[in-house]
Ligand binder design. Structure first.
Ligand code: MBD
Ligand code: FE
Length: 283
């Protein structure tokens, strides 16, 4: 295991993920909220908790354990991790239910906008001695009627061979294994990268403590992340996985779908696989 792996802590990656979210996504508290909607959703959430307490005869010891844990998850910066692992997949399912194009899945906590732009046939930024099997990932971006989308933006990010993400684990170059690819005149792209390792949720933070306390496991299968966008189309956020890979059947984040599993084949220098993305028209 490398030096960087040893120094990656839950608190460090949690702080980065929290800051990232607050910078890119968070609306000002209460802004844009319809009070009737807040009333309905929060009342139902609280009522569901009350029901669980009654059904399971929750003790003061358990109530205080929950309180401590909720306090610590904020202190560790792990709210983005917790929500994206255990909640986001249902939001994604509801929001994309009527799409006709490619399946999406959750974004997770580690997207960073503005990754360096590569040509349609390019290599993700990586270290000279980047570990891992080379992967040539190619395909085409089209609309739902099959029309090629030239100049579509394919943003891609992934973990390295230690399962670590640049900008969230220490000691990795800023844009390592993160890139923005613009499709060619036929909507095609061909990206050279390495196959990522499975991702383990940090075991030394609040999410890790919850997993240990419940007797769960902390793993996501190896995956590549994408955001694909083109004018006049719904942006697609998705991930692709590797057939037969560890935890493909029991992703802690429940974000694997059968349509998202790649089956790369050896091509002499590493592996190669083709995958096409189909974008819905803008709604
Ligand atoms: C990840 O890499 C990820 O993709 C998700 C969804 C949650 C935690 C880490
Ligand atoms: Fe990920």
């Amino acid at each position: 295991m490398s030096e960087t792996t040893l120094k990656a802590t839950a608190a460090a990656s949690g702080a980065s993920a929290t800051e990232r979210f607050l910078t890119d996504k968070a609306a000002a508290p209460g802004q844009g909220a319809d009070s009737k909607r807040v009333d309905t959703l929060v009342t139902e959430l609280i009522t569901a908790v009350h029901d669980i307490i009654r059904r399971h005869q929750v003790t003061y010891e358990e109530y205080n354990a929950l309180k401590s844990w909720l306090i610590s998850i904020g202190e560790d910066g792990e709210w983005p991790l917790f929500l994206d692992v255990w909640i986001e997949h249902v939001v994604e399912e509801v929001v994309t239910a009527t799409r006709k194009g490619s399946k999406g899945t959750i974004e997770g906590p580690y997207y960073v906008p503005g990754a360096p732009t590569l040509a349609a046939a390019g290599t993700l930024p990586m270290r000279d001695d980047e570990a891992g099997t080379l992967l040539l990932f190619r395909g085409q971006v089209t609309g739902v009627t099959g029309e090629p989308l030239a100049g579509a933006l394919l943003e891609m990010w992934q973990a390295d061979d230690d399962g670590l993400y640049a900008q969230f684990a220490p000691g990795i170059p800023e844009w390592n294994l993160r890139g923005s690819i613009v499709t060619d005149g036929e909507g095609r792209f061909a990206v050279t990268t390495i196959q990522p390792a499975p991702y383990q949720i940090p075991t030394d933070g609040s999410c890790g403590r919850l997993i240990a306390a419940a007797g769960w496991h902390a793993w996501r299968p190896a995956h590549l992340h994408f955001k694909i966008s083109a004018p006049g189309h719904e942006p697609l956020t998705t991930q692709l996985y590797f057939m037969g890979g560890a935890h493909i059947e029991d992703d802690v984040a429940d974000a694997v779908k059968p349509e998202l599993i790649l089956d790369p084949r050896p091509n002499g220098s590493g592996n190669e696989v083709t995958y096409d993305f189909v974008l819905d028209p803008a709604s």
